[in-house]
Design a protein around this ligand. Structure first.
Ligand code: ADP
Length: 392
């Protein structure tokens, strides 16, 4: 069986968050189980793109409204990721380094999706399953089913995975003309709450949809920014599958990004060495408990709760502990954390930005992970640093 994964992120080629981790790992392990799995993402002008060799495998044009853009599909030559990775090089639309955050994100995502569907149409041997991830790929099942040019793809089953239901790919109807010509009787499949909603459209048009845990499926059926009734009504084709981390990438025994490698028997000593390195770089004392948060600094991660919770712990509880936050996101939250650093230089430090290496060292060296929580009185759940072994 052959599957093609379509995503905006894939570790290590392009990562913003957990979506990249899943798309960079699942195909690798599916391949080992003889499900031939390939991945296609947009081409970003980033380090991975520049440092790797690419082979042109297909060239074509897409129409986006009245404009025509040329694109090519390029394959990373070595297959070193454990699967074939393809990028859609669409130079006039995908000029940027990062996956998101640009004023023309709608056009960028649409151009990517149309190019991928064109490419699939051209394949002699088509994938048996098309697996789309998150809203950036949410219109693909619709195009394969209802766009005149692509009717030949109608029989290929599509799976859609919801990694984060808070971003749904809302597109105003005024941009409808950017889509390839489709059966107008099916216009309703695009629609949710008076706009084109890519995620709703995917849920309606896909063969099956999955969420990144069983609990998340339950949660979405109750609260999904307006999609809850749709999720409930389509539940017969949904399944929650708990995702995980790639234990070959996140293995303290072999991880090249940490200070000192360690296995299960030497976990205590190993974590200590990593903690020392981490504390040294942040000028913290080693013998204090070290709490860490790594993630996008946005409200749905509870990043707004961090400053108050940390202030409470330091000032009211008078706990002599240290905190490190690594992340980027809302400018307000970033500023609040920077101010906290000035206020509590001995106990708190933050690094604003994306830093994969530091993330590995933080997981290896910290004692606890902070999980912001709106239901806890202090705004936090404290978890032992499970990812890299616990030394409570
Ligand atoms: P998402 O909601 O997209 O899954 P998260 O904020 O939960 O995003 O982050 C998921 C993954 O991305 C985690 O593995 C986390 O360690 C990593 N990550 C997030 N932000 C950063 C960052 N600024 N630097 C390094 N790694 C990060």
């Amino acid at each position: 069986m052959e599957t093609l994964h379509i995503s905006a992120e894939c570790f290590p080629a392009a990562k913003v968050g957990g979506l990249a981790d899943v798309v960079g790992a699942l195909p690798k392990y599916l391949n080992r189980r003889e499900v031939i799995s390939r991945v296609v993402i947009p081409c970003y002008q980033n380090k991975f793109r520049k440092e790797n060799l690419w082979e042109n495998t297909y060239s074509g044009n897409i129409n986006l409204g009245i404009e025509t853009f040329s694109f090519s599909i390029q394959r990373e030559q070595t297959n070193k990721l454990g699967f074939e990775l393809y990028v859609v090089d669409l130079p006039e639309l995908l000029k940027e380094e990062n996956p998101y955050g640009y004023t023309n994100d709608i056009e960028r995502h649409l151009g990517f999706q149309i190019a991928v569907v064109n490419w699939i149409s051209s394949m002699k041997k088509k994938p048996d399953v098309i697996h789309c991830h998150d809203h950036h790929t949410g219109l693909i099942a619709f195009m394969m089913n209802y766009c005149n040019e692509y009717v030949a793809l109608k029989s290929i089953p599509t799976v859609f995975t919801i990694h984060n239901g808070n971003y749904q790919g809302w597109i105003g109807w005024e941009k409808e003309n950017l889509l390839p010509a489709f059966d107008l009787a099916k216009r309703g499949m695009l629609e949710w709450n008076n706009c084109i909603n890519s995620m709703a459209c995917a849920i309606k048009c896909c063969w099956r949809f999955t969420t990144v845990s069983e609990g998340y499926l339950e949660e979405l059926s109750k609260a999904a920014l307006g999609l809850e009734s749709l999720i409930r009504s389509e539940k017969q084709k949904a399944i929650g599958i708990l995702n995980g981390i790639d234990t070959e990438v996140w293995d303290p025994e072999t991880d090249p990004m940490i200070e000192k490698n360690y296995g299960i028997e030497k976990a205590e000593k190993g974590k200590k060495k990593n903690k020392e390195a981490l504390c040294k770089s942040f000028q913290f004392e080693n013998d204090k408990p070290l709490f860490a948060f790594i993630g996008r600094l946005v409200a749905d991660k509870g990043a707004d709760l961090l400053p108050n919770a940390i202030t409470q712990i330091v000032l009211l509880e008078k706990l002599d502990v240290n905190f490190i936050v690594l992340g980027s996101g809302s400018a307000d939250y970033e500023n609040n954390l920077k101010q906290l650093k000035e206020r509590f230089p001995k106990n708190f430090n933050c690094v604003i930005g994306y830093n994969e290496k530091l993330a590995h060292l933080i997981y290896a060296g910290s004692d606890f992970l902070l999980m912001p929580s709106r239901t806890e009185p202090c705004g936090l759940n404290l978890l032992y640093a499970l990812r890299y072994g616990t030394v409570p």
